[in-house]
Design a protein around this ligand. Sequence first.
Ligand code: XIL
Length: 374
Amino acid sequence: MINKRFFEAVCLAGLLGAGCSSSQKATAPKVSSLGEAYKKDFLIGTALNNAHILERDSLANQLIKQQFTAATPENIMKAEVLHTGWEKYNFEMADKIVAYGQKNNIKINAHTLIWHSQLPFFIRGIKSADSIKAYFENHITTVASRYDGKVYSWDVVNEALNEDGTMRNSVFLKNLGPGYIVEAFRLAQKAAPNTQLYYNDYNIEAPKKRAGALEIVKKIQAAGVKIDGVGIQGHWHLGTVPYKDIEESIEAFGKLGVQVMFTELDISVLPNPLRGNTADVSARADENSANRGNPYVKGLPDSIQLALAKDYEKLFRLFLKHKDKVTRITFWGVTDGGSWLNDFPVRGRTNYPLLFDRKYQPKPAFYSVYNLKK
Ligand code: XIL
């Protein structure tokens, strides 16, 4: 069954053409699908949580199937979920997202093999470099080989860089040295020869951090190891989306012959209580501080809706301009209600960063992106 209210909204906005009778509604989904509209340009993805993967949220389920050609598990393929003890793995949910993708013809980008956050609890007890090395090798080999040919791609390494482009002092850098990134890609390539392999990070559009990411790509290539693409996460704020940096980055990564993806796109409309733009999941702002800023609990003013629609339109114009290099745009969530930005970096705020609202309806930002392809 198609969500009636959703199609009424789409009809009202004129996306289905004059008339929009109920028989047209029944065959309408393809016409108003972003994934369909952009299928000759790049994949349009979303992030899936447990309820989505288990198909417990029927309205979201309809939207996902209708709108998206790609999906990334928001949490369930992170090491803390998959790798529960030294030799213990829990593949239950990961197997389910793979099946969901196959059933619905949605390409799955697996996220993520090597990342300093959301690591298994048992890692904290590991004291020797040799044991970290054993974890690193076993994790990549076991997980990547299980899903080879079943997932489309892997974020092999996530967030390895500091803001100044130097390497983050993670458990992997400390124990394995700076060569660990090339090693991760080498192991992933061996375990998953039929899977696309990416480096993923936030703020790598910014010049200094971008330089660090370019170095990573060059080192992997110089070692004769495969890297297919770079994912720019794209967690930005309304009114300060760094268009110029984004365009320069697409060009710079493109010159190295790798694909460019925007892998976790959302635009926060709330005040940023942190210094600078960060998507470091450990960053927290005090919930009671004067900077808390939660101005839109009762709804989003039209002026902000329109500003959001304009930012998204400008971004997608840029993505389309570079569609020879840009291969996927993934939104970090399905609807505003499910966005992690309601709890990051302050818990319990009401944010509006995506294209679908809390009632699963398309927002003006949806139309501004969709209409570019009309
Ligand atoms: C976030 C998820 O959205 C949250 O549900 C979770 O609590 C923390 O992680 N960069 C990433 C993503 O690579 O994995 C993060 O996802 C957001 C920042």
